[in-house]
Design a protein around this ligand. Structure first.
Ligand code: NDP
Length: 290
């Protein structure tokens, strides 16, 4: 019978480790602080930002939410980042993605002090990941996926892994983490130009879907008994729901669950891990500064 990998449970374990670390830091007079910058009024971004700030508050961490209007200029955003770079109460800075179109997101990421880049998107941290330098910050979602694979008791060492998606936020860092020494998987990265995608995916002992296309990964993409990590968070219209939509992943859950060994649900799989790893990165940033 298929086993669901419970992201809420694993995220709660990570948060509980964080609480222990925070108590230890507090005893040394250190209070990790996270600043979250929201530009504009995108409803999904508002929800993400509020839940990040709320989690910090629950854990007794310092947090700051900075909201800029959707007309904010590049200079205004850069000024905020610069202030936060020099604020000793702030150990982690996150600018919620996606910003409005007038904002050059890459330039904003590059302006964040790499030692405060708890999203792990700054080129210096991406390089540290590739170099397997443990002083860097790893992007939260792929770091969370690694933790889920570990918690599920799945052996990455020597396994064939296929990552579908090559974004800088998920696919590429995921592949780097899986191929790193210690994880030791054999990794294939697939994308929109990959030929015979279903056939490539069927090679996978562990299949990671980070595509952004609702339920694209069907049973024919999956080998019997494989572990499936579904990173996708998609809204699809559903008139039977009060909100008029439902959330689903990149994987067609029911048919894939009938075939695979273990699978992450959406919601309740990878999603809760992202905030947990963000908190972990912020604590790490404070620790490295102390
Ligand atoms: P991007 O749009 O940046 O990247 C999508 C990737 O999928 C690209 O590499 C693209 O290929 C590839 N792709 C698109 N269509 C196909 C196709 N038909 N066949 C094969 N590959 C395809 O998305 P993200 O990586 O940012 O996000 C992926 C998903 O994960 C989204 O649903 C997003 O909402 C979710 N997400 C969830 C998070 C969480 O906390 N759980 C956090 C971040 C993202 P190409 O490069 O060739 O265009």
């Amino acid at each position: 019978m298929v086993k669901t990998i419970d992201g809420k449970k694993v995220a709660a374990e990570v948060i509980s480790e964080c609480a222990t670390e925070l108590a230890e830091l507090q005893a040394r007079g250190i209070k990790p602080g996270l600043a979250v910058v929201l530009i504009g009024d995108d409803p999904a971004s508002q929800v993400y930002v509020s839940s990040k700030v709320r989690k910090c508050a629950e854990l007794g961490m310092h947090s700051e939410k900075i909201v800029l209007s959707k007309e904010a200029t590049q200079e205004e955003v850069l000024k905020v980042v610069e202030r936060l770079n020099h604020d000793d109460l702030i150990h982690g800075i996150l600018v919620q993605s996606p910003p409005p179109p007038q904002i050059d997101e890459d330039a904003i990421i590059r302006a964040i002090d790499p030692s405060k880049d708890v999203d792990g998107f700054h080129p210096e941290n991406v390089a540290k990941l590739a170099l397997e330098d443990p002083t860097g910050f790893v992007a939260c979602t792929p770091a969370g996926c690694m933790r889920l694979i570990e918690a599920a008791g799945v052996e990455a060492n020597g396994a064939e892994v296929v990552v579908v998606g090559r974004s800088m936020i998920v696919g590429k860092p995921m592949a780097l983490l899986l191929m790193a020494r210690g994880a030791d998987a054999t990794v294939t990265v697939a994308h929109s130009r990959t030929k015979n995608l279903a056939e490539v995916c069927r090679r996978a002992d562990i299949l990671v879907a980070a595509v952004g296309r609702p339920e694209m990964i069907t049973a024919e993409f999956v080998k019997d008994g494989a572990t499936v990590i579904d990173v996708g968070i998609n809204r699809v219209e559903d008139s039977s729901k009060a909100k008029g939509y439902r959330l689903c992943g990149d994987v067609a859950f029911d048919e894939v669950a009938a075939k695979c060994g273990q699978i992450t649900p959406v919601p309740g799989g990878v999603g809760p891990m992202t905030i947990a790893m963000l908190i972990k990165n912020t604590i790490k940033a404070a620790r490295l500064k102390s």
